[in-house]
Design a protein around this ligand. Structure first.
Ligand code: NDP
Length: 490
């Protein structure tokens, strides 16, 4: 059975303790590879390598860093099929999605930040005729990059690319549930000529490898994407050490459909928003709020479209819904639907395992996409993130109530609004408490825009300029102009 290794100082190495974890293919329920069960010793070695590599990488001309990152993008693209297959087997998501969304986005992440640094500008403030203040943006040193299992390479590279582009070195800790594309990335980095130690990848569990990385005194910057509870733990450790911290956390996102919307469009995209990636995207529209005058008709048609989704082998091109990522996530989803029933919810479709699966997938973690009505906004089902293929549909009477219901959770990551009224779209977008609001669309991403959450969905922003700022230190250099003595404006 294949055992993957850590990537430290430019080499694939065994974990210091020699221990490994099983890596399961969720579509079959079978272990198919071994992942390092790394501990603080591995993190220490990775941080040392990153520290050693930092001065030369930080001093390298932007064009040189850019060229290497562009080569990494090209090499991923050249092996797109291999990366897509690895992501599919590791995560359970449909191969088609890996080919068209996950891996292409990882390539874009590298290209975006590799070229962004070639166009970087900095501020200059001329202080009357007395001085010139310019702002230097300098790399921060060793960055700890912690990413989850739902979009493994997509989210890992969303951190790696800006961190490295701006001249930092990094230690990444991908989720041990989906380590395979990070392992392939390590091989690509070597081939692309990335200097040893610039990127290090330590595999292993959050509470051991992840926690050691967050607590390491030489790691100045932590970019974390994951659950809200884990984010709180990361902040508890990192904040007193004065680390720069970005937390991209969970969501319970409202998808608000007004009666004047293009209903066909709203229906099709809402089904995707609810169930894409088996409902395991932090941006999924898991609370569907629909204006009462169209509610019954909308629910009927939504259920019909949901029933038409094919749950099946992720390798099969006709599959819409693959396997959930792990037994834990699969069991959690089943428990959440049971709770929804106990809370009085009516399961309109799904709410069960598929009746028949191919022999290969008979032991896999598959669940039917599920729509639930009849629940108030305050119940646990409508308050807690499920992170599975489960959506609730809730009616509202008017715009005021729609906004009230949309904001009635502790989360504030994203929202969608469906209406033909431009005025209403702007009004509602302004009032919704979320870091991203989509109008008449969902998950339409422009990598230049700020990305992140409000409330318990996170702190800080990634994306575009925000990421370049996050991974650099702003330094003000004030140069006194020749002439008069300095005045008293201290
Ligand atoms: P977790 O919070 O469990 O884990 C995220 C990462 O943190 C994993 O690599 C994990 O390792 C690691 N980790 C766990 N405990 C610690 C610790 N004490 N110190 C440091 N690292 C730790 O999230 P999931 O992997 O379960 O991902 C799902 C969650 O991620 C959902 O809540 C989802 O909403 C959120 N998410 C948010 C996004 C956003 O952009 N806002 C995007 C995508 C997902 P291990 O896997 O070993 O536990």
């Amino acid at each position: 059975m294949q055992a993957i290794g850590n990537f430290i100082a430019g080499r694939i190495v065994e974990p210091a303790g020699g221990r490994y974890l099983d890596n399961v293919d969720p579509a079959t329920g079978k272990t198919y590879s071994q992942v390092p069960h790394s501990d603080a010793r591995d993190v220490q070695a990775a941080v040392e390598a990153a520290r050693e590599a930092f001065p030369a990488w930080a001093a390298a001309p932007a064009e040189q860093r850019s060229a290497i990152l562009l080569r990494i993008a090209d090499l991923i693209e050249r092996s797109l099929e291999q990366f897509a297959m690895a992501e599919c087997i590791d995560n359970g998501k449909p191969l088609t999605r890996c080919r068209t969304v996950d891996i292409p986005r990882a390539i874009k992440n590298f290209r975006f930040f590799a070229t962004a640094i070639l166009h970087a500008r900095s501020d200059l403030h001329a202080t009357d005729r007395e001085a010139l203040n310019y702002t230097l943006r300098q790399p921060r040193g060793v960055c700890g990059l912690i990413s989850p299992w739902n979009l493994p390479l997509y989210l890992l590279t969303w951190k790696v690319a800006p961190a490295l582009a701006t001249g930092n070195t990094a230690v990444a800790k991908p989720s041990e549930i989906t380590p395979m594309t990070a392992h392939l990335l390590a091989q690509v980095c070597v081939e692309a000529g990335l200097p040893a130690g610039v990127l290090n990848i330590v595999h292993g569990e959050g509470p051991t490898a992840g926690a050691a990385l967050v607590a390491h005194p030489q790691v100045s910057t932590i970019s974390f994407t994951g659950g809200t509870q884990t984010g709180a733990e990361v902040a508890r450790v990192a904040a007193p050490m004065f680390k720069k911290l970005s937390l991209e956390l969970g969501g319970k996102n409202p998808n608000v459909v007004f009666a004047d919307a293009d209903i066909e469009q709203a229906l099709s995209v809402s089904v995707q928003a609810a169930f894409a990636n088996q409902g395991q995207i932090c941006l999924c529209g898991s609370r569907l709020l629909v204006e009462r005058s169209i509610f019954d008709d909308f629910v009927g048609r939504f259920v019909e479209k949901t029933r038409a989704l094919t749950v099946g082998d992720p390798l099969d091109a006709s599959t819409d819904q693959g396997a959930m990522v792990s037994k834990v996530q699969w069991m959690k989803t089943q428990n959440c639907v049971s709770l929804a029933r106990d809370e009085g919810g009516a399961v309109r479709c799904g709410g069960r395992l598929p009746e028949t699966m191919s022999e290969r997938c008979a032991q896999g973690y598959f669940y039917m996409p599920t729509a639930i009505t009849g629940l108030g906004v305050d119940c646990r089902t409508n308050q807690e993130e499920i992170f599975g293929p489960v959506v609730t549909l809730i009616p509202f009477d008017d715009e005021r109530q729609a906004v009230e219901l949309a904001n009635a959770t502790e989360y504030g990551l994203s929202a969608s609004v469906w209406t033909r009224s431009l005025n209403r779209a702007h009004r509602v977008a302004e009032r919704i408490e979320a870091g991203v609001v989509w109008v008449n669309c969902w998950l339409l991403r422009d990598l230049r825009t700020p990305f992140g959450g409000m409330k318990r969905s996170g702190v800080g922003r990634e994306g575009g300029e925000e990421a370049l700022r996050f991974f650099t230190e702003a330094k003000n250099v004030c140069v006194k102009l020749p002439g008069e003595q300095q005045g008293a404006n201290l």
